[in-house]
Design a binder for this molecule. Sequence first.
Ligand SMILES: [Cu+2]
Length: 130
Amino acid sequence: MKSFKNHLRTMAGGMLILTGMLLATTVALADDMGGGMGDMNGMSGMSSGTGSAPASVGHGKGVVKSVDTAAGTVTITHGPIKAFGWKGMTMAFAVKHRSDLSALKKGEHVRFDVIQDTQGPVITKIEELP
Ligand SMILES: [Cu+2]
């Protein structure tokens, strides 16, 4: 009986030490997060740029690859967008104005303005290039 109590006491002591270690680890992780959040902006596959300024407008040029009127998106192969530090790529954009979307056709060369919304990039203005 006595040894059982001792055993319990040992376990309790171990738990306290473990809890202390977990707390220390949590604090250390929190510190890491605070320092590293700036690198987590931007989309994967895109080089991180000045992602911390959500109000900035990016200007891009590209070719329409497909239009999804149901989803409200257009897929564009676009060149670099300096405002966001993006390289050229093919990607889908949400389009703010449905009327813009319905006017787009596959193969068209376009110029567009894009902002970074909380849900991702949104084209606010798009026009066909001559
Ligand atoms: Cu892109």
